[in-house]
Design a protein. Structure first.
Length: 541
């Protein structure tokens, strides 16, 4: 791993190949090889991905696989599954794959099989979830718990809220689930405004149990609860915690019996299938949660065992490297054609950008190439009526991931056909565009042709699965997790730390004190002036 990535012969071969391919459009590639649609489709864990609308040939994939070999991606993958401390800057193992391993499996961490402990927590979660769902777990006044409010942020929020939205169709409709993350007090206020404290359970979700936003909201929720229920003992019936930090949980007043733990080898953004998924399990039930874990595990197995050239996350990750580093794409648009996946792009933003938004290699040397792309997106068809204009005719290259399902989850099957027709149409339009000749033949006046022309040659991947159920969701999340892993291994970065978020937190702590004291100073002139202006405005309220 010592030679800089871009000096590797495998990298240079890809650069030369990119130059040789220059000028060959997707239309050219399909004209030369109509069967590429068959050969560039891969299946794994119930997901099918069509890569034929990516600007790659089989030679590109061969060269990308050479690069993966040179970077020992499969060796690093095996090290992850073996529990090695591949998160080097925190000296930690990265074992989210153990969270979804079946009961009899063995995954070692420091010589100990962690799978039994994972299943102990899952069983405790299931008991608690069932007790709530069946009305056996009651509030302090004896009232049935009808509302579950999850308080967390980042990995302790985005996974649970995404999964709840994705699996709403499988959730208990007679219970209310809300998610509070922002330190902006209006988030909590809106979540609670119509809830009865006697019927409300809070799940405080924080790996560290020290996060400013979560602890602030949790204390405010505690006050709200006590103001109505009037007794400290009520906390035991109305609060549960998900954390790795038992002593801080106790300090907050939540007993270990209501604490569901996980481990330092689970990164926050890789934790939705740990106890962090408690709200998901309460919403959809332990069986559906187990089906989601099975979907994750099926993709883990595929990633671990499928040959590189048929390995879905590996190939998808490598194509992402090709688009970023060789075609110059800066972003990836994630476009689920499923309203239930409305929070999936936001979830992926943390997974991909907190993982691969790094500027130095594992040894601390600056990278000499771009790393993680900017992920963003919205569900289709909504996005079509806002930003797709730029995708079709703008000056930037934006590779798109379309995600769709064969079976509708609503009874309106004809609407599902409309939805899917739109998804297929967008991939086709991006790839093949509309030529001047076509427009002329359709009667477009000459002066309007440049405005209406769609140049095409814009790459996309289409992921198609049977239906959006718990197993599919697990497989889909694991697909992106392993994609991120593959890219991090190619770039030689630590995909599992997040030191970049620290500085802002430290500065905020200092500024909070200054605001409380009513005086700013010691920052740069712009920041000082902004704080003073804020203090002046605040004084007028
Ligand atoms: O679960 P915690 O410890 O409250 O952290 C929340 C989030 O904050 C971060 O550390 C970033 O600030 C994320 O990595 C993490 O998911």
């Amino acid at each position: 791993m010592s030679a800089p990535l871009t000096r590797l012969p495998e990298w240079q071969a890809l650069t030369a190949h990119r130059d040789a391919l220059a000028g060959r459009t997707l239309a050219d590639l399909f004209a030369a090889d109509p069967a590429r649609a068959d050969r560039l489709g891969l299946e794994g864990a119930g997901l099918f991905a069509d890569f034929s609308k990516q600007r790659v040939t089989e030679e590109t994939l061969r060269l990308l696989l050479d690069l993966a070999r040179a970077r020992d991606v499969t060796g690093r993958r095996d090290a992850m599954f073996a529990g090695e401390a591949i998160n080097v800057t925190e000296n930690r193992a990265v074992l989210h794959v153990a969270l979804r391993a079946p009961k009899g499996a063995t995954i070692l961490h420091e010589g100990e099989n962690v799978v039994p402990a994972v299943h102990d927590v899952l069983e405790r979660m299931a008991d608690f979830a069932d007790a709530l769902r069946e009305g056996r777990w009651r509030g302090h006044s004896g009232a049935r718990i009808r509302n579950v409010v999850s308080i967390g942020i980042g990995g302790s929020d985005l996974g649970p809220v995404m999964a709840y939205e994705a699996l709403r169709g499988f959730s208990r409709r007679d219970m209310v689930f809300r998610f509070v993350s922002n330190v902006d007090g209006s988030d909590l206020a809106e979540a609670l405004h119509d809830l009865d404290p006697a019927e409300t359970l809070f799940i405080v979700c924080s790996k560290t149990f020290t996060t400013l936003e979560t602890l602030t909201n949790a204390h405010a929720a505690r006050e709200w609860c006590l103001a109505a229920l009037g007794d400290d003992t009520a906390i035991a019936r109305h609060f549960a915690a998900v954390s790795t930090n038992e002593s801080e949980v106790r300090k907050f007043g939540i007993e270990p019996a209501q604490m569901f733990g996980f481990w330092d080898w689970v990164g926050g953004r890789y934790s939705m299938d740990s106890a962090v998924g408690l709200s998901t399990m309460i919403a959809v039930g332990p069986e559906n949660f187990a089906a989601m874990l099975a979907g994750f595990h099926a993709m883990d197995d595929h990633f671990r065992t499928a040959p590189p050239e048929r390995n879905l996350p590996l190939i998808m990750g490598l194509i992402g490297v090709w688009n970023s580093n060789f075609l110059g794409a800066e972003t990836v648009a994630v476009l689920p054609y499923a309203q239930y996946l409305s929070r999936f792009p936001a979830y992926l933003q943390q997974l991909t950008m907190e993982s691969n938004g790094k500027g130095v290699t594992l040894s601390g040397a600056p990278v000499d190439h771009d790393t993680g792309a900017i992920f963003w997106g919205e569900p289709g068809t909504n996005g079509q009526h806002s930003f797709y204009q730029l995708l079709h005719q703008g000056t930037r290259l934006v590779p798109c991931d379309f995600i769709g399902f064969c079976e509708p989850l609503s009874a309106r099957a004809d609407q599902h056909d409309l939805l899917m027709a739109n998804m297929f149409a967008q991939g086709e339009a991006l790839a093949f565009g509309r030529s001047a000749d076509d427009l002329r033949a359709g009667g477009t006046p000459e002066w309007l042709i440049p405005h209406r022309l769609c140049p095409g040659n814009r790459p996309s991947t289409t992921i198609l699965a049977q239906r959006l159920d718990p197993g599919t969701l697990g497989a889909l999340v694991a697909l992106y997790e392993h994609c991120v892993f593959t890219q991090g291994a190619i770039w030689g970065i630590d995909s599992f730390d997040q030191w970049g978020v620290e500085l802002g937190k430290q500065l905020a702590t200092r500024i909070i004190d200054e605001i409380r004291l009513g005086e700013a100073g010691g920052h740069d002139p712009s920041t000082d002036a902004l704080i003073r202006r804020y203090l002046a405005g605040k004084a007028r309220t």
